[in-house]
Design a protein around this ligand. Sequence first.
Ligand code: AMP
Ligand code: ZN
Ligand code: FE
Ligand code: FE
Length: 286
Amino acid sequence: YYCPSLISMNMTKFADLHIHTHYSDSTDSPQEVVRQAHFQKLMCIAITDHDTVAGIAPTILAAQQFSLEIVPGIELSTEIDEKDIHMLGYFFDYQNPFLLEKLKQIQEARLERIKKMIALLKKEGINNIEWEEVCQLAPLASLGRPHLATILKQKGWVRDIKEAFEKYIGDKCPAYVSKYKQTPYEAIDLIRRCGGVAVLAHPMLTNKDELIPSFIEAGLQGLEVYYANSSDTSIKYYEGIAKKHHLIMTGGSDAHGKVKNNTYVGKTQIPYETVEQLRQVATVRR
Ligand code: AMP
Ligand code: ZN
Ligand code: FE
Ligand code: FE
C-alpha cells in the first residue's frame, strides 16, 4: 500500500533563497553552505551576499558534485528616511560591468566605514583594534559590522555579537557609522537593468510597508514573505499584501553561519515552483 500524499510529499522540491557566505558576513564558505544544503535535501539555493556577487561562482563550482541548483542573488543595502532597507535581486547578470563597478565602489565605502567605526571605538576606550585585523579576519569579504563584532568579542570587550551591537555598533550606538547607500529605488533599477528580479527582503523586520506601492512602481516584483523565525500571523499578513499587489512570494533562512545562531541553511524552505516564477519573470523581460 502506497500512501499517495506521502509519494507527492517526497517528490516536492524545496528551495532556500536567502543565504550568505564568507564573501560577506557569514562564517561559512561556499563549500560549507553547499554541504548544509545537500544535508537538508534542498533542490536549490540562492546566494544573497551583502553588496557582492563574489560568492556566486565559487558556490556554483562547489555545488557541481551534488544535484543542487544555485540561483545568482544579492542583498543590496539601501536607505530611505534613515531606515535600512535590504533589497534582494535574483537571476540578474552577475558579470555585468556596470554592476561590478558599482559594487566595487560600495566595497571601498564599506572599508572606509569600518575605519571610521574603529576610530569611534577608540573614543570609547577600545584602543586595540586595527582595521588590518578586520581585513585579515575576512580577507574575501564585503566587510560589515558582524566582522567588527567578532573582533570585539575575540578581544574580550563584549561577551557575544549581540552585546557588541547593543553597546557599540548597533544603529544609534556610539560607534555606529552609516554606510554608502543607494535608495531602494536605485537598487531596484540596478537589479532590473541587469535583467534580474527585485524582491523586498524581510519586510517584517523593516516595517516600511507603506513604501511597497512606490517600490512596485519602480519595478519591484517580489516580497520575502517566508523568513526564518517569522510568525504565522506575519506570514498571513504578507501573503495578503503580496496577493493584493501580484508580487511573487519568496522566502529564505538568511543563514549566516556562526554569527547568527537563530537560523541555518534550510531553516526556511519554499516550494521550487517559486524559483520557476522568478526565472520566468527574469527571462520574459529580456
Ligand atoms: P552592515 O551591513 O555592516 O550594516 O551589517 C548588517 C548585518 O549585521 C545584518 O545583515 C545582520 O547580519 C547583522 N546585524 C544587524 N543587527 C544585528 C544585531 N542587533 N545583532 C546581531 N547581528 C546584527
Ligand atoms: Zn548579514
Ligand atoms: Fe537583510
Ligand atoms: Fe541577509
